[in-house]
Design a protein around this ligand. Sequence first.
Ligand SMILES: C[S@@+](CC[C@H](N)C(=O)[O-])C[C@H]1O[C@@H](n2cnc3c(N)ncnc32)[C@H](O)[C@@H]1O
Length: 227
Amino acid sequence: MYRKLAKYYDIMFNNKDYANESKHLCDIIGIKRETLLDVGCGTGGHLVHLRQHYRCKGEDVSSDLIEIAKGKGLDVSLSDMCGRVVDDEKYDAIICMHATIAYAWDLHIAITNMVQRLSDGGVVIIEPWYSREQATVGRYDVSVRRDAGVEVIRISKGEIEGDRHVRSFKYFVNDANGAVSHSDIHSMELFDKDKMWRIMNNAGLSMAYQKPSHLFSRGLMVGFKHN
Ligand SMILES: C[S@@+](CC[C@H](N)C(=O)[O-])C[C@H]1O[C@@H](n2cnc3c(N)ncnc32)[C@H](O)[C@@H]1O
């Protein structure tokens, strides 16, 4: 989905309230912090709002999504959140939204990388995926999104395999060129709050958890790095 269907990403998620989510992130980050990194920024849904308040950079592992974000004038580049950190710039705020963290093949490396890139006094905000208790299994979920003459239908079904939520997707896209279909499988680590808390805490962050709200139905993990 993040590659072959990248150009439909913004339609697929056109029900997401990026503007108000970003407002909430600003409330946590505050006005004294100046620089922000969005890990797994996708097409830059949050960055287009956050750049009004912070000097922003985004990174993602999908070159197709990165190209779309660049088209919005965003400062973004290709990077794997579990890869070796190559730039030595420090950021006052690092966000990792919309369950991007669940795609990490090693949660410990992904979080340690973020903390390494955080300024003293900085904040990390992570929006997790569902926990084992919340994840849907064995049933079909269907979403239909339409915009500008394009219709995207997404059917998914999840199973639990060990500590991962493995979701099979089938997409049907209808646009002026006709109809196409596409399938893919997403393996996402189930959110284990104690585990993530421990990793963030061991990496040097003092932790807070924001309970699920209308904007963030799975809550937010927030970690502060002290001066
Ligand atoms: C559900 S999307 C969220 C995108 C964006 N944060 C948003 O809120 O729209 C998950 C994103 O994680 C990215 N991703 C998956 N694995 C990654 C990795 N190892 N490193 C960086 N990004 C990754 C995908 O390419 C995709 O853009």
